[in-house]
Design a binder for this molecule. Sequence first.
Ligand SMILES: CCC(=O)SCCNC(=O)CCNC(=O)[C@H](O)C(C)(C)COP(=O)(O)OP(=O)(O)OC[C@H]1O[C@@H](n2cnc3c(N)ncnc32)[C@H](O)[C@@H]1OP(=O)(O)O
Length: 337
Amino acid sequence: MTNIKVEEKTSKSGCISALEAPTMSGNDGADKAESGFTQDLKSVLVTSVLNLEELDIDLYRGRHHWVPRTQRLFGGQIIGQALVAAAKSVGENLYAHSLHCYFVRAGDPKVPVLYQVDRTRDGRSFTVRSVKAIQHGQPILICQASFQVLQPSPLQHQFSMPVVPQPEELPTVEEIIHQYLSKPDLTESAKVGLNKILASEVPIEIKPVNPALFYRISPGEPRRYFWGRARGYIGEGNMKLHCCVAAYVSDFALLGTALLPYSKYKARFTASLDHAMWFHSTFRSDEWMLYECESPWAGSSRGLVQGRLWRRDGVLAASCAQEGVLRVKPVTQTSKL
Ligand SMILES: CCC(=O)SCCNC(=O)CCNC(=O)[C@H](O)C(C)(C)COP(=O)(O)OP(=O)(O)OC[C@H]1O[C@@H](n2cnc3c(N)ncnc32)[C@H](O)[C@@H]1OP(=O)(O)O
């Protein structure tokens, strides 16, 4: 148990739980203000993507913001919106602790997504909701989310956060791309690809810990890290919303981790098949969090990936697991990036 931290101090109630903590992170609340964000620059994730339109009881409509180059809807958007829909039907005192989803069809960016909530069970401690995301009359995602009343626990341990450079020491993806674009031997197609990434409106700020691994320029162990946070201001207070934003972020750059050992292949078709997530602690999704991604297995044209989302003060905020289809083809040319 070399990497496990067991918390020994107790709270007033004699037990401890990160869920009891009154503040979201207690670390860098001033961070966004320092970097020029004000409440006027609210995150588009809050004002638009996760701001579902209520059509009827337990029926919502979600719109798209950023659509990946694959022209299928971003899985994180569908999971985040499904969790918003589920959370709307539970009491104020209930907090998401886990969700389990299957992506059963590709999402169509040309039409909105409907979210139909089934109130599966309301218990004394745990409450379960099933959500169907629907387009063209057919499910594209099925999701079960479970919520819990905050409860103290004498048991509390977590792994230790990996030691990596702090976000202030690292360039943003935009800065990294500008560096690549200034390289004289860059191919035209690479230039076009990089400019497309720059032009896309991803509502998350990203600082990769190792850009060469993040962009799969060099092969490596199937493990990588990046700092991420919602672009714009969300603010302290609404933990349900922070979980929905984290659900959005959690599908970003996760599956690609399984491709890291394979420099002789490039992706022909990749898509997440399922996604599970567990929320452990309070956090602010508009503050830097470290996403630790690793892939313990690949085979049968599939890859398993696991993610851990860390608060920068070392508290484990959430964990994820995902399986995806990985169809690849041999690389014919060396990349000039
Ligand atoms: C960041 C990661 C993300 O956000 S990904 C976005 C979220 N996830 C998704 O959108 C996945 C949604 N789910 C799906 O689209 C389906 O369940 C998928 C994953 C495609 C699996 O379904 P499958 O049974 O293969 O679908 P299908 O028969 O409709 O075929 C889809 C395309 O794949 C091809 N395919 C199928 N089997 C093979 C095979 N063995 N070898 C090679 N290709 C295969 C099909 O021909 C079809 O291709 P095409 O679309 O007609 O070009």
